[in-house]
Design a protein around this ligand. Structure first.
Ligand SMILES: Nc1ncnc2c1ncn2[C@@H]1O[C@H](COP(=O)(O)OP(=O)(O)OP(=O)(O)O)[C@@H](O)[C@H]1O
Length: 229
C-alpha cells in the first residue's frame, strides 16, 4: 500500500509562447501524504498554479509521471483522466469559476451531472453544510464573493473527492471572509480526512498547514512541519 496520495516524479514542464520557452519545472519531485493539509507559497510566476494543474490532471507533464496512490495518471487517456479528475479531485480557484446562468444549486450539482449522478438533494445538503441554505436558488451575480466561494467549495465536494486543490482561494476576499473560507476548508479536510493542498501568498494562512512548502527556482522545499513523526 502506497502511503502517498499524490506523487510527482522527475517532472519537466515548459510553456512555449511564440519563439520563447519558459521552463517552469525540471526534474521536480514531490509527494503528499494522505489526509494532510499542505500549504504552498512562492513568488509570483514561480509555478504554483502550474504545479496544482499538474497534480490535478489539468495539465500533462512534458516528462516524468504523476502518481495517484501509486497509479500513474500520466498515462491515462484524456477520457480516463477526465473521469479520474471528476471523481478524485475538487478544485477551488481564486475566481470561483461558477457558471453565471446557473443557480447555486445547479452549479453545485454539475460535477455529479457530468458523471450521470445528478442529485439535487445531495447538492442542497452541501450548500447547507457551507451555510448557504438561504441562497440555494441565487445566481452567482446575486451572491457576495465569500458566498460564491462557498458555492465553489460545495461544488468541489460534490463527488466526494479525496483531494482538494485550492489555488489562492482567498485571493479575492477581504481578510475576515478569507479566514472564514480557510476555516471552512480546514474543517471539511479534517472531518472527512481529505488531502488539502492550498496555494497562498498569505503567511498567516500558510502557517496553518500540517506542512508548509515553498516553491522557488522550480524546486519545493519544506519550510515547516507541524507533524510529529
Ligand atoms: N498557458 C501558459 N502559457 C505560457 N506560459 C505560461 C502559461 N501558464 C503559465 N505560464 C508561465 O509559467 C510560469 C509559472 O506560472 P504560474 O501561473 O504557474 O505561476 P504562479 O506561481 O501560480 O504565479 P502567480 O502567483 O502570479 O499566480 C510563469 O512565468 C507564467 O508566465
Amino acid at each position: 500500500m502506497n502511503d502517498y496520495v499524490l506523487e510527482a516524479r522527475a517532472i519537466n514542464k515548459s510553456y512555449v509562447l511564440g519563439s520563447s520557452r519558459i521552463e517552469v519545472f525540471s526534474k521536480l519531485y514531490v509527494r503528499f501524504e494522505e489526509g494532510l493539509f499542505i500549504t504552498i507559497q512562492g513568488a509570483s510566476g514561480s509555478g504554483k498554479t502550474t504545479l496544482l494543474q499538474l497534480l490535478g490532471g489539468l495539465e500533462k507533464p512534458d516528462k516524468g509521471i504523476i502518481l495517484f496512490r501509486g497509479q500513474n495518471i500520466s498515462q491515462f487517456s484524456s477520457k480516463t483522466l477526465a473521469r479520474w479528475r471528476a471523481e478524485t479531485v475538487g478544485f477551488v480557484f481564486q475566481s470561483y469559476y461558477l457558471l453565471p446562468e446557473l443557480s447555486a444549486l445547479e452549479n453545485v450539482d454539475l460535477p455529479a451531472l457530468i458523471l450521470g449522478k445528478g442529485d439535487r438533494k445531495k447538492a442542497t445538503e452541501l450548500l447547507e453544510a457551507v451555510g448557504l441554505e438561504k441562497r440555494i436558488h441565487h445566481r452567482p451575480n446575486e451572491l457576495s464573493g465569500g458566498e460564491q466561494q462557498r458555492v465553489a467549495i460545495a461544488r468541489a465536494l460534490r463527488n466526494d473527492p479525496s483531494i482538494i486543490l485550492a489555488d489562492e482561494p482567498t485571493g479575492n476576499l477581504d481578510e475576515e471572509t478569507g479566514k472564514q473560507i480557510v476555516n471552512l476548508l480546514l474543517s471539511i479536510q479534517k472531518e472527512k480526512n481529505k488531502t488539502l493542498i492550498l496555494v497562498t501568498h498569505e503567511k498567516e494562512i500558510a502557517c496553518l498547514g500540517d506542512k508548509q512548502l515553498l516553491l522557488s527556482n522550480g524546486k519545493l522545499t519544506e519550510i515547516q512541519s507541524n507533524i510529529s513523526n
